[in-house]
Design a protein around this ligand. Structure first.
Ligand SMILES: [Zn+2]
Length: 327
């Protein structure tokens, strides 16, 4: 009987520079006993040193190699792949004993100042960020003073966003309802405030997304002349697109995630004629916020889009509101 010899292709030939292997392909390349050793090695790297196999690099001599680190500039070690083993810090890992030697070697390199190197890098990155923010602020300040030479500051970026509803007013409304004497005036004020804010956002956001703005003083639609340059309205007020957009976000204008809730409210509010109907709709809206709060969705909760206060303050307030809509 002729012996069949399986010749395993070299790693470098299996995966040339233009063919980066997936993680599965890497695992498949190993013979099963070596694969087990590699998986254990990978696991130990994460557990012991919190470094991850994320920094892949093609080297002429070794082909695709796998750097273990916490970020691109802070690598603990590199793993090279061989047809019957893998190579870590000069140790060829092919059995239990060599795996242990490789782990010892990794520990030695780690103890030799890895954490200090990482801390240093984080600190540098933090300082860079601060520097960049400072530069940006200085640049924007210079841009602003240049703009103010051409326009009056009282006419530049004077935004008027529809107001949010105060928590106190909401509590007063619920209290009046609980006392059997619903405060009609307050009810209308609150409902209209919610409505106006949703409507303003619904009008302005699509404009912003097309590089347009709506003058907050005369209602004209303006085409932004640039990101940081001045766009002048015929009424005398002027805007920069950048500040307009920032102001929209900074004021928590309702948008995006909870749009269906806002849309439903906007549709129903004008149709609600009687106080109980209006109260029920407001309660529905508050409840919709509450559900979003409870579901723990990522990002800021939608209640901050319409009610004054922090997410926590609003959440606490909503819990105190007692209302039985009978539904
Ligand atoms: Zn205008």
């Amino acid at each position: 009987m002729r012996e069949v010899m399986v010749i395993k292709m070299e790693w470098k030939d299996s995966y040339p520079q233009t063919k980066k292997p997936s993680y599965k392909e890497l695992l498949d390349y190993f013979l099963p006993p070596i694969r087990d050793l590699f998986v254990r090695f990978d696991d130990e790297m994460q557990k012991r040193f919190d470094v991850h196999n994320k920094y892949h690099k093609y080297l002429k001599t070794q082909g695709w190699t796998y750097g273990y680190g916490r970020n691109y500039n802070c690598e603990l070690l590199k793993v090279a792949i061989q047809s019957d083993s893998f190579l870590v810090l000069g140790v060829t890992v092919e059995d239990e004993a060599s795996l242990q030697r490789a782990l010892d070697e990794a520990k030695r390199v780690y103890d030799n100042g890895f954490e200090a190197r990482y801390a240093d890098l984080c600190e540098k990155r933090r300082r860079n960020q601060i520097e960049r923010a400072k530069n940006r602020t200085a640049r924007e300040k210079a841009e602003l003073s240049a703009l103010l030479e051409t326009v009056e500051s009282t006419k530049l970026n004077q935004f008027r966003w529809c107001k949010k509803v105060s928590r106190r007013d909401l509590q007063r409304l619920y209290q009046s309802e609980a006392n059997g004497m619903i405060d009609d005036v307050l009810l209308d004020e609150i409902g209209y405030a919610f409505y106006a804010r949703c409507k303003q956002s619904k009008e302005i956001l699509p404009l912003l997304e097309q590089g347009q703005m709506k003058c907050h003083h005369c209602g004209s639609v303006l085409y932004a002349t640039g990101y940081a340059s001045i766009t002048q309205c015929e009424c005398g007020y002027c805007y920069t697109y950048r500040e307009y957009r920032r102001s929209f976000n900074a004021n928590d204008m309702p948008a995006h995630r909870a749009q269906p809730i806002f849309d439903a409210f906007m549709e129903k509010w004008p149709q609600s004629k009687e106080p109980p109907q209006k109260m029920m709709l407001i309660d529905w809206l508050i409840h919709a916020f509450h559900v979003t709060l409870m579901s723990g969705e990522k990002g800021r909760s939608v209640c901050v889009n319409l009610i004054e206060g922090t997410k926590k303050q609003i959440s606490d307030m909503i819990l105190t509101l007692a209302y039985d809509s009978g539904v």
